[in-house]
Design a protein around this ligand. Structure first.
Ligand SMILES: N[C@@H](CCC(=O)N[C@@H](CS)C(=O)NCC(=O)O)C(=O)O
Length: 214
């Protein structure tokens, strides 16, 4: 049985597991309570960040690496096109751009907007991170003018990666998505596996509900 430690970007992992129909258990990690109070988690990831997975003898961090591991280990799956498929290059690019370009930059904007002292919220670094996010988003916008999904005509794990980042930006980063990006997010999140992942991720659900109320 695969154990997923923590939500946040762990939502990507849960969504993929639901798409692939693989059994798992989700072990919550309360980042706000402080991981120093969770020695069981620190034994899995001494870095103290989420998500992590355990699968038998395997322990891993980095959400995109985890997606790649699960698809390689338990595939083949249409979520990862074959390297000889014309869709492969775009798939690979957007799978990583979703984290390295989009989520990694907007994460710090979210931190500044929601947790920093008032005087630090619009500081130089937060603005730079927002600029990086916005520049990478232009590649998503161009792709959506060409095709419905990041790798072309079919939904793949690249869409799990990018959708997570766009949702985070929209919900907590103050980013207003354009009509094509909004239609894309509406399309990807209408998938039954997304709905099941949302049901499984109680922390994410409560967080989203809290943002909607506020
Ligand atoms: N690139 C990593 C980022 C992991 C990450 O920053 N996770 C956040 C929550 S989604 C976290 O745990 N932040 C606290 C920290 O880094 O100490 C991934 O994709 O898994």
């Amino acid at each position: 049985m695969i154990t997923v430690w923590g939500e946040g970007r762990g939502f990507r992992v849960v969504w993929l597991l639901e798409e692939m129909g693989l059994p798992y258990r989700l072990r919550p990690v309360d980042m706000l309570a402080g991981v120093e109070n969770d020695p069981e988690f620190l034994a899995v990831n001494p870095g103290g960040f989420i998500p992590a997975i355990q699968d038998g003898e395997v322990t891993m961090v980095e959400s995109i690496a985890i997606l790649e591991y699960l698809m390689a280990r338990y595939g083949p799956t249409p979520l990862a096109p074959d390297p000889h498929d014309p869709a492969f290059a775009g798939y690979q690019q957007f799978l990583h751009l979703g984290e390295a370009g989009l989520a990694a930059s907007i994460f710090f904007v979210v931190g500044a907007r929601n947790f920093a002292p008032e005087s630090e919220r619009g500081n130089w670094t937060a603005n730079q991170a927002l600029g990086v996010f916005e520049s990478r988003l232009r590649l998503v916008t161009r792709q959506l003018a060409r095709a419905p999904y990041m790798a072309g005509e079919a939904f793949t794990a690249a869409d799990i990666s990018v959708t997570y980042a766009l949702h985070l930006a929209q919900r907590a980063g103050g980013v207003v998505l354009g009509p094509a990006e909004q239609a894309y997010v509406d399309r990807t999140t209408a998938r039954p596996a997304y709905g099941r992942a949302m049901q499984a991720c109680h922390g994410t659900r409560e967080w989203v509900a809290g943002l909607a109320d506020g």
